[in-house]
Design a binder for this molecule. Structure first.
Ligand SMILES: Nc1ncnc2c1ncn2[C@@H]1O[C@H](COP(=O)(O)OP(=O)(O)OP(=O)(O)O)[C@@H](O)[C@H]1O
Ligand SMILES: [Mg+2]
Length: 406
């Protein structure tokens, strides 16, 4: 996958940017607050139609433009896949109605035809590394679920549709649970339809997550080994809220050891219909306690994913360096995984990835980058790169949202 050209208009600090993009490694260098991360954010937006940074899309529109009505930001790109050259355009629009209330809309055009986000997902694929993404490892379970969902969405659009329908079914079941909580002694059979929906859709999510996390873990192990130059092991464990392998026994006296051992559970052999049947039975057996709590307590919306180095849970015990190396391994594993699933390497977007790494790891990482198709790297300090490793790379300087070559 290769980005051939990019133009931005009124996106973040970019008033107007038009660039043609060479293949291979591109190094964007500049001082703080000049637009390095914003450039990667714009490219990543083409893959996910959401920003990892901004809590609201309207924050992406250039401040100065917001006084206009409508205020519009554009991201336009031509990219090349194995099969074709395609054009993707995103328009972020804020328009004030007669009462002055701002309304936000987003338009996506693929090869000039308007598409819904779910239809255009997976056409342009990218992997983004931001230093603050270590929260995937040591932040909340919700962040890990979101991460896995966005990753799978780029390769499997059925998954993202199933996820949307599953989340709706959970919301509807929860609404009914609250009604049943208030109306004591009502027939719980009203829950049948939602239990069945949740089991059917949820089983597909669990079935896919078992595979994805196993595949990702295998890729990440290899990469971690190459990057860390140690015998340290690395592993990603799926801890499903409804576990087809049955509830795991955690011995509190030996919590640390028990946690590791119990997570070594093989689940790849459970057929989809078996997971569905048993998830349904579990939902039914939890009805009473779910009504009491007013919430669906079991299912993929409560899943966990844990990361281990040498059988130590990094989310709890990881050092800064260990977590950072694990995150880099995870991101490269994601790229390999996308390549295996879609037949194409995604575009790699790596923000300040060399900071905090020792010289050996930096060199290994730069060497590793040559394996991909197209890589964007940002840095405030070109000296972090060994000059020999820069041969064949393109260097761009960025200042106040303006890019210059060389
Ligand atoms: N909507 C917006 N309109 C105008 N400017 C914005 C907007 N959003 C962010 N900015 C500004 O863009 C500038 C560049 O931010 P960016 O994060 O891309 O910098 P950077 O080069 O990655 O810096 P650093 O090296 O500190 O990470 C910041 O000063 C930020 O305040
Ligand atoms: Mg930055």
């Amino acid at each position: 996958m290769q980005l051939k050209s990019l133009s931005l208009k009124n996106f973040r600090l970019f008033e107007s940017l038009n660039i043609t993009i060479p293949n291979k490694v591109l190094l964007v260098t500049g001082n703080n607050a000049q637009g390095k991360t914003s450039l990667l954010e714009a490219i990543y937006y083409l893959a996910t139609f959401s920003s990892f940074h901004a809590s609201m899309d309207r924050q992406l529109i250039r401040f100065d433009t917001l006084a206009l009505n409508p205020a519009v930001a554009h991201i336009k790109a031509d990219f090349e896949t194995n099969h074709a050259t395609r054009h993707l355009e995103i328009r972020l629009i804020v328009q004030q109605d007669r009462s002055g209330t701002p309304r936000y809309t987003k338009e996506i055009l693929l090869d000039t035809a308007k598409k819904k986000g779910t239809e255009a997902l997976g056409k342009f694929n990218a992997v983004l590394f931001l230093p603050e993404m270590t929260t995937i490892i040591d932040g909340s379970p919700e962040e890990r679920r979101r991460y896995i969902n966005m990753m799978v969405a780029q390769a499997n659009t059925i998954y993202i549709n199933t996820l949307g329908q599953y989340n709706k079914a959970v919301q509807q079941r929860n609404a009914l649970l609250k009604i049943l909580q208030e109306k004591k002694n009502s027939a719980t059979s009203q829950l049948d339809i939602w239990d069945e929906k949740m089991a059917k859709l949820g089983a597909r999510l669990i079935h896919e997550r078992i595979r994805v996390i196993d595949e990702l873990s295998i890729e990440a192990q290899f990469i971690h080994h190459e990057l860390s130059h140690t015998a340290d092991s690395f592993r990603i464990a799926y801890v499903p809220s409804f576990d087809p392998a049955g509830p795991q026994q955690v011995d509190n006296n030996h919590f640390f050891n028990a946690l590791q051992n119990d997570l070594h559970v093989a689940r790849g052999h459970y057929p989809l219909n078996d997971i569905e049947k048993r998830f349904l039975a579990t939902l039914q057996s939890h009805r009473k306690s779910d009504i009491r709590k007013g919430i669906s307590s079991i299912g993929p919306h409560r899943d966990e994913i844990r990361f281990f180095t040498n059988e130590t849970d990094l989310g709890i015990y990881g050092s800064r360096g260990q977590i950072r190396t694990a995150l880099i391994s995870l991101k490269f594993a994601e790229a390999q995984w996308l390549k295996a699933r879609t037949g194409q390497y995604p575009v790699m977007l790596l923000d300040e990835v060399l900071a905090e790494l020792d010289q050996q790891r930096r060199n290994d990482l730069v060497a590793f980058l040559q394996k991909g198709d197209q890589v964007f790297l940002t840095t405030t300090d070109l000296n972090l790169f060994d000059p020999a490793s820069l041969q064949g790379s393109h260097i761009w300087r960025i200042h106040g949202g303006i890019l210059t070559e060389g």
